[in-house]
Design a protein around this ligand. Structure first.
Ligand SMILES: Cc1cc2nc3c(=O)[nH]c(=O)nc-3n(C[C@H](O)[C@H](O)[C@H](O)COP(=O)(O)O)c2cc1C
Length: 467
């Protein structure tokens, strides 16, 4: 069989992910593996018809399409995102249609699931049967157990093709949402209380995104700074070279860093506006997010109030919502809200934008940051472990930050707690004590919290403040 590999890494032949493909190639010499270097060759594919036709012919002539890509910012690299956009823009879906697809990623498993959901949805939008995923930690190939797992996975994928396996569609097609938001001209402005408000966007003329951005700026009484991310003059997407890891300096000499320093760093309130293209925002936003990788694995939006304005069928894309929410939360920001124009009801969108503006100022005044949920907490622990275990040799800037901000908070370091827990566990070996604790388990757990409710100093202060 011919399995067309769509490689997402900008590193081309030096891609870590591609080594997994080379491994498969060695194990299945009876099959051929033409490669489309979507990540490396995106400029050529976009600009040169011949290169595009050649890539499409490889896909067309294959029995299966196999995405092999690194995870970048919870999705695929901006370069691969652009390739996917081109497929839709150039009506190239028939080259993929009815084929069997599968996806292999390498990463450190931070939001690999959202990258896979995206590729799964895209595969189905292109009319393919998505046969499965393989999510490798970038080092996995060194392990023989993982090598075997990879071969079993790939052999199952080949079986899916040869037996024409019935695979139910998981992601419903997205509804078309046409621009229809025409904001009210009678909005009441919000006093920004001296807070710096920045609205970043990539709106096209006449789009709902543009209408929402204008309305949002008007709500801040013209005090918000509005900037188009295309004006950051990026020369290209992140190259994955990781040279920024030592001291947060990117190899590109273009306008991105100045743009970041000018707009993102000083913002107290950061509103990001985008339009859904396929199952994410635009490839420009994706590239812009990838380029912010120079910050490393630190909360680069710490203390900010973040809001999103989204044009398109967001209610049908929980995966995109998860990515947007996680970006804010893991960035250390407070997610004030996401307003989407899909409702199409002017009064409703007006009111949602007004609430977003008002709350962002109020919450900035109060210094409120939402509680973290699983993804942010688990994500930070994952970074902590990965950076401490080996990445800190290269990611020295992260290491410095983690040390100075107490991020290396392994429970093993809390000796008092360890001794206490061990002593308590030994104590529970005494049958009488264990019986008593079992009997009183519920009240034992709740008692300390009941005491807080009774005696909290914060409640007293809060009440005094309100009088
Ligand atoms: C810009 C950028 C963003 C990344 N984002 C993620 C991420 O969201 N989750 C993750 O687990 N790893 C992330 N990584 C790590 C890569 O996925 C990992 O290094 C991958 O193995 C690189 O594969 P490649 O050599 O094929 O490009 C990121 C790396 C870069 C350079």
């Amino acid at each position: 069989m011919r399995i067309c590999i769509i490689s997402g890494s900008p590193k081309g032949e030096e891609s870590i992910t591609l080594q997994y493909v080379r491994f498969i190639e060695q194990a299945f010499p009876e099959h051929t593996f033409p490669i489309v270097h979507a990540g490396r060759d995106i400029k050529k594919l976009e600009g040169e018809q011949e290169a595009w036709d050649e890539a499409l012919a490889k896909i067309q002539d294959s029995d299966g399409v196999f995405f092999a890509t690194p995870v970048y910012f919870m999705l695929v690299p901006g370069q691969l995102k652009r390739f996917i956009e081109l497929v839709f823009e150039r009506n190239a879906a028939p080259a993929f249609s009815q084929k069997y697809s599968a996806a292999l990623t390498t990463s450190i498993h931070f939001f690999d699931h959202t990258a896979h959901s995206y590729l799964h949805g895209i595969s189905e939008d292109l009319g393919m049967h998505h046969a499965g995923l393989y999510s490798a930690h970038m080092e996995d190939l060194k392990s023989e157990d993982e090598q075997m797992r990879l071969l079993l996975f790939f052999s199952d994928y080949l079986d899916a093709i040869s037996e024409k396996r019935a695979i139910p569609r998981e992601y419903l097609p997205l509804p078309k949402v046409s621009p229809s938001y025409n904001p009210s001209t009678q909005s009441t402005g919000v006093d920004t209380h001296g807070k710096r408000v920045v609205i970043l966007h990539d709106a096209r003329n006449g789009s709902d995104q543009q209408a929402m951005v204008r309305q949002m700026a008007a709500l801040f009484d013209g005090k918000a700074t509005v900037a188009d991310i295309r004006d950051s003059m990026m020369k290209g997407g992140c190259l994955g070279c990781c040279r920024c890891a030592f001291d947060n300096t990117c190899v590109y000499r273009d306008g991105f860093r100045d743009f970041w320093d000018k707009y993102v760093v000083p913002a107290d309130i950061l509103i990001m506006a985008g339009t859904i293209q396929d199952r994410y925002l635009s490839a420009t936003w994706k590239q812009w997010n990838d380029r912010s990788f120079f910050n490393g694995h630190v909360p680069a939006l710490k203390g900010k109030q973040v809001g999103y304005l989204v044009e398109g069928p967001l209610a049908h894309l929980p995966n995109l919502r998860e990515v947007l929410e996680a970006r804010a939360m893991i960035g250390g920001a407070n997610l004030v809200g996401i307003v989407s124009s899909e409702a199409g009801n002017r009064a409703h969108i007006d009111a949602a934008l007004a609430a977003l503006a008002e709350r962002s100022i109020r919450l900035a005044d109060q210094g409120y940051i939402m509680t973290e949920t699983f993804s942010a907490i688990a994500g930070r622990k994952l970074f902590r472990d990965e950076i401490w275990a080996h990445m800190r040799a290269i990611f020295q800037a992260d290491d410095r930050y983690y040390r100075s901000h107490g991020y290396y908070d392994f429970p093993t370091k809390n000796y008092l707690q360890r001794i206490g827990t061990r002593a308590f566990s030994l104590f529970l070996c005494i049958p009488g004590v264990r019986m008593k604790v079992k009997k009183d388990m519920v009240s034992y757990m709740v008692r300390p919290l009941q005491e807080v409710v009774q005696k909290s100093r914060v409640i007293k202060e809060w009440r005094a403040r309100k009088q």
